[in-house]
Design a binder for this molecule. Sequence first.
Ligand SMILES: C[S@@+](CC[C@H](N)C(=O)[O-])C[C@H]1O[C@@H](n2cnc3c(N)ncnc32)[C@H](O)[C@@H]1O
Length: 217
Amino acid sequence: MEHSFWHSKWQKNEIGFHEPKGNALLVKYASFLLGDETSQASLKRIFVPLCGKTRDIGWLLSQGCDVVGAELSELAIIQLFEELDVEPTVTTTVNGKIYAKDSLTIYVGDIFKLTLTDLGEVTGIYDRAALVALPSPLREQYAAHLMAITQCAPQLIISFEYDQNEMAGPPFSVNEDTVSSLYSDNYTINRLERSVLKGGLKGKVEADNLVFALHVK
Ligand SMILES: C[S@@+](CC[C@H](N)C(=O)[O-])C[C@H]1O[C@@H](n2cnc3c(N)ncnc32)[C@H](O)[C@@H]1O
């Protein structure tokens, strides 16, 4: 998708993808990224690519981890900080802006301009509605770039599978074969869940939620 497509969506507030209560599947499977109560406490730094203003960021922060996001729309990130009731420090860089406060850092700009050095070390990646936001050729570029800038950090991916003939994306249908073709050279992929998306996608198309855990090989 062109950048203008997403900027227009945010300007018109056409953000049906945004979940006002956050994503229950993150809460259900977060231990994959964060460890469980019995595991040793160590600081987790979670990357949220194409983050929008997801409520999941607030939830991850509430679990005591650092969060780093990447998002094209500055409007989204202004709203994110307003909704978290946090006043960010804003720094301008050659590739965009950085909004930051305490444990939260967001790179505002094109994710493809973000480098390994910019991002720093992350212990996990939370991809909800990022892979599915991208059309097929860009998805390959995104997957390769994500692996490069995170050095193949573990990923929790939440995607949708539906009949692509029934509806044009985004969101695009991203099934297990697609995840495998993008990531299986570098990751072991476990599907944690397939469940029916209640009400269908955009209220029109029957769809399943898929959740994947990816460990580096
Ligand atoms: C479907 S939304 C998902 C947002 C969020 N993950 C959520 O679950 O609410 C996709 C987001 O990706 C952002 N985006 C699209 N292309 C991007 C790019 N090249 N770099 C950074 N962000 C991008 C859009 O502005 C949009 O907010």
